[in-house]
Design a protein around this ligand. Structure first.
Ligand code: ADP
Ligand code: MG
Length: 287
């Protein structure tokens, strides 16, 4: 590989909004076998909105007050919804975020849990027939969260995030380039499958805890595959570093951009097959 042609390649990429941190990354992009994409904020817009809420006013008040302390995009959706409903927020006495599960808070002398099935199971909360509602939301690609107050089920809230318009086309191009395309998410299996179906991905790894994302990348590398990881969140940073090529979403967190080898401006997924195309054209000219 001549340094000049690599420079021309990275320059061409930059003109298109594909920012490589160095020429060696362009060379490695040429060798990729598989690409792993995070769901929220990478395949989806990452701006979830509440679509359904079932529960009383107290449940909504405690739920939203608790989520005010969370930085998770799901929490933002709930706070916005409660604000719209003119709910009075109350002060939280104790707040704990449980990564990949939800939150545990103490408010007005009450113990409040908000999160997924696993969180409820861990606290032995019986959700009874509400399991059916949960399954229905998930089948429709929504993320549903359960609320428990003082050990009792008190409600369910569903949130939907929309896929990026160009995601199906970008994924189709990657598959046509011969790459194995995989979706990786902390969200539950059913929601993940529903979103994957909308964008044409058939390989899904769901319910992955934030600290396990990098291990999933290693497992694919162990099959003798060169892997790219695409992500936007703080959660994704270790996996971005572990992957042969880490690709950050330009609209994502600073931490993800730091950890990656290249950034795609505006989070436009079509820039990924474009980057691969440029890498092939550059390397082929060299050989
Ligand atoms: P993702 O890969 O979608 O960003 P996370 O690992 O952050 O997923 O979270 C996985 C799951 O944990 C969420 O789908 C949700 O069910 C639950 N969860 C995480 N944070 C919160 C929160 N602040 N409130 C309620 N539930 C949460
Ligand atoms: Mg994300």
């Amino acid at each position: 590989a001549t340094p000049t042609s690599i420079m021309v390649g990275t320059g061409r990429a930059a003109e298109n909004g594909i920012l490589f941190k160095g020429g060696e990354h362009l060379e490695r992009t040429h060798q990729l076998d598989a690409i792993v994409l995070d769901k929220t904020g990478t395949i989806t817009k990452g701006k979830p909105e509440v679509t359904d809420f079932s529960g009383d006013e107290e449940a909504l008040q405690l739920l939203a007050s608790g989520e005010k302390g969370s930085e998770h995009p799901l929490a933002g959706a709930i706070v916005a919804y409660a604000t719209e409903k003119a709910i009075d927020f109350v002060e939280v006495d104790e707040f704990d975020a449980i990564p990949g599960h939800g939150i545990e808070v103490k408010i007005s002398g009450k113990h409040v849990l908000v999160g997924n099935r696993k969180l409820m199971d861990d606290h032995h909360i019986d959700i009874g027939a509400n399991e059916e509602k949960l399954v229905e939301f998930e089948t429709n690609g929504k993320t549903a969260m359960l609320i428990a107050i003082d050990g009792e089920y008190r409600g369910i809230v569903a949130v939907a995030d929309t896929i990026k318009e160009t995601a199906p086309q970008a994924i189709k191009e990657l598959q046509e380039q011969g790459l194995e395309v995989i979706m990786l998410t902390g969200d539950n299996e059913r929601t993940a499958q529903a979103i994957a179906k909308q964008v044409g991905i058939d390989h899904v790894i769901a319910q992955v805890l934030p600290e396990e994302k990098a291990d999933k990348v290693k497992e694919i590398q162990a099959l003798d595959k060169k892997v790219a990881m695409v992500g936007d969140g703080v959660n994704d940073a270790p996996a971005l570093v572990t992957a042969d090529i880490g690709i950050a979403i330009g609209t994502g967190t600073e931490v993800a951009i730091e950890a990656a080898d290249l950034t795609i401006l505006g989070g436009e997924l079509l820039l990924i097959p474009k980057a691969i195309k440029i890498s092939h054209a550059t390397i082929k000219n060299i050989r």
